[in-house]
Design a binder for this molecule. Structure first.
Ligand code: NAI
Length: 296
């Protein structure tokens, strides 16, 4: 899809980080932009930034974990601008860290709900109308380098692997249906965003019961890790530029840090082919544990 000007984009997780940069970039490209996010205050600020680029914007407070909420987003989009051409299912949360046997059902429900079902809901709510409209279009789902690699137990990584495979499936389904909609999976490495403190938007009913000391310890570590991401990560605007380029070239895998992940992909596949155990290194976990060790 070469022409973005005058067309319609929807971005979830648009109040912060990569989603905000995508919305701003689409606005700069002359698109009409729908911004969706669960954090209403930050969403209004992001919508203000996009409209400063001269774009027509619509901000829709949305919980991507809820099918009903994403259906309402689709209805509001179509009502205001029409059927979108670009849909970025980007909202995501980092979840909790530690061995899998220490995870709770609340941890799983929260992270699966946003990271995996959020993408499923975006596909269900928008793609049928996009196919029916018969125009060109592109769906970009945000996974991660952790959606390609192996490593320590992580609900986050489980959901990101699922998003990678889900998007591969979507790509095949769209082609089998003879549709002019395409799809890409965005696999960022280390980006300067607020992903590590995603707990700020965790619904109360999915919080774990922790005492004050535990909450304060986790808060402190996450803030320190966030500082590391903000200082060391790639600026989100660079990620947005890569996404626009990939849509233009119809490129499926969008890797922001190929040097961080390609050896991992190769080593993991070699282990599968050779019947070896999973290779030990996980770039994301290594970065995050380093951040926690250095700062915590
Ligand atoms: P961020 O925390 O800056 O932005 C994520 C946005 O998603 C926030 O505005 C948050 O309010 C929103 N969100 C959270 N729960 C939501 C829900 N239920 N409904 C709607 N919106 C919700 O983080 P970032 O990094 O910009 O995250 C964007 C995507 O990039 C995520 O899918 C994340 O997993 C992915 N990613 C980020 C990396 C990084 O290094 N920052 C690396 C790899 C992937």
């Amino acid at each position: 899809m070469h022409q973005l000007e005058g067309r319609i984009a929807v971005v979830s997780g648009a109040a912060s980080g990569i989603g905000r940069a995508l919305a701003t970039r689409f606005a700069t490209e002359g698109m009409r932009v729908v911004l969706a996010d669960i954090e209403a205050g930050a969403l209004d600020e992001a919508a203000g930034e996009a409209s400063e680029r001269g774009a027509e914007v619509l901000a829709v407070p949305t919980d991507v974990a809820s099918r009903r909420s994403v259906d309402a987003l689709a209805a509001a989009t179509i009502d205001r601008f029409g059927v979108p051409h670009v849909v970025c299912n980007n909202a995501g949360v980092s979840g909790t860290f530690g061995p899998l046997w220490e995870t709770t059902d609340n941890d799983w429900d929260w992270v699966l709900g946003v990271n995996l079902k959020g993408v499923v809901h975006g596909i269900q709510a928008f793609v049928p109308a996009m196919i029916e409209a018969g125009h060109e279009g592109h769906v970009v789902n945000t996974s991660s380098v952790l959606g390609l690699s192996t490593g320590a137990g992580s609900i986050y990584a489980v959901t990101k692997h699922a998003v990678t495979r889900l998007t591969e499936g979507l790509w095949h389904d769209l082609r089998s249906a003879g549709s002019s909609i395409s799809a890409s999976v965005l696999c960022p490495g280390l980006i300067a965003t607020r992903i590590v403190t995603a707990g700020r938007n965790r619904p109360d009913h999915l919080r774990n019961e922790l005492n004050e000391a535990e909450v304060s310890e986790i808060d402190q570590r996450m803030r320190a890790a966030e500082q590391f991401f903000l200082e060391s990560g790639m600026p989100p605007a660079e990620v947005a530029a890569m996404v626009v380029e990939a849509i233009g070239e119809d490129r499926f895998y969008i890797l922001t840090h190929p040097e961080m992940i390609l050896d991992q992909v190769r080593t993991r596949m070699e282990a599968i082919l050779e019947g070896a155990p999973p290779p030990p290194e996980d770039p994301g976990d290594t970065l995050l544990s380093r951040a926690l060790r250095e700062r915590g």
